[in-house]
Write a protein that binds this ligand. Sequence first.
Ligand SMILES: Nc1ncnc2c1ncn2[C@@H]1O[C@H](COP(=O)(O)OP(=O)(O)O)[C@@H](O)[C@H]1O
Ligand SMILES: [Mg+2]
Length: 356
Amino acid sequence: MIETLQLANFRNIQAGRVSPAAGLNLIYGANGSGKTSVLEAIWFLSVGRSFRSHLTQRVIQHQQPHFTLFSQLSSGDRIGIQRERSGDHHQLRVNGEPAKRLAELAALLPLQLISPESFSLLLDGPQARREFIDWGAFHSDPQFMLVWSRFRRLLKQRNQLLRQQAPARQISIWDQQLVQYGQWLTDARKRWVNSLNEALEGIINQFLPDVPIRVSFSQGWDSKTELQQVYSAGLQRDLQLGYTVSGPHKADLRLRVDNLPAQDGLSRGQQKLLVCALKIAQGLVLSQQQQRQCVFLVDDLASELDQQRRTLLLEQLQQTGSQVFVTAIEPEQLAMIPWDKRFHVEQGRITEQQDK
Ligand SMILES: Nc1ncnc2c1ncn2[C@@H]1O[C@H](COP(=O)(O)OP(=O)(O)O)[C@@H](O)[C@H]1O
Ligand SMILES: [Mg+2]
């Protein structure tokens, strides 16, 4: 949870300091005032990139050499990130010391984002859903990141050998390690999806009662075959194609309604609720298993959900006991929500509103 957030030269926010409440925080202001930028800054602190631009330079304030973000967390940890316009590395800090890896920041500040972009989770390819599973597995097991990156490196190496048409014998030597890490990853993912399913049930009952949604884990290869077998039996085909066809790198989360893919069986509004339910379930599992809360960022709530669904979402979020940041243009649209704190943003200046 964020106790204080300091921003400097981030988008149109030249300097800002926010001390949010532990519960529901509203960030409101006109179009272009800087609301999304505040959420983007929080996201950047944990993830090390933006959720709306691939170009990190874009978030640095025009005419400025760098941006700086800093946060005091309720765990007592302090995290910071700075990015120069020139050069392509972040400077990371954890508790006053330089940090090497972004994962150190991410582990301290678990986030879930609900934004117009995140509703494509059901429609996009499997990568977004795989990342969604891996988010949970990462936060539930400190080993996950290490195994995951070793697996990735080995897979890259295998693909390189396939492209070079290396002898089969040479490739299968590496496959043993790939199987070991891949199976470990798959077991961790499986465990997480099981827990997610349990948590999801209660939330779905609130969000989409009477809609028979089934969430299952697709591990990336035929579940009746051993991973070792997948690599060895597929080797000739992989050599022809020049890449590895099946395996844990193809894992996915399958969402079905009445045996139809969820995107076909649900209305647009229902799809959005399902995505919200999935994200809330992530937060719930984390708090059940780790006694840690994740922070929810909800961007442009009013433009995505109607009044009834907005209230439902915020009620559910409040029940998780998490810290929540919600942006909206018109605070009147959300007047019935019991905000713990409200912040007004105007041309990049953030001010806490005292009146209720
Ligand atoms: N690098 C930047 N430097 C200065 N201003 C920027 C930069 N990038 C975007 N802006 C401006 O910041 C403003 C805030 O955008 P945004 O956070 O999306 O507002 P909101 O979510 O309140 O509509 C926009 O007017 C945009 O033009
Ligand atoms: Mg916005």
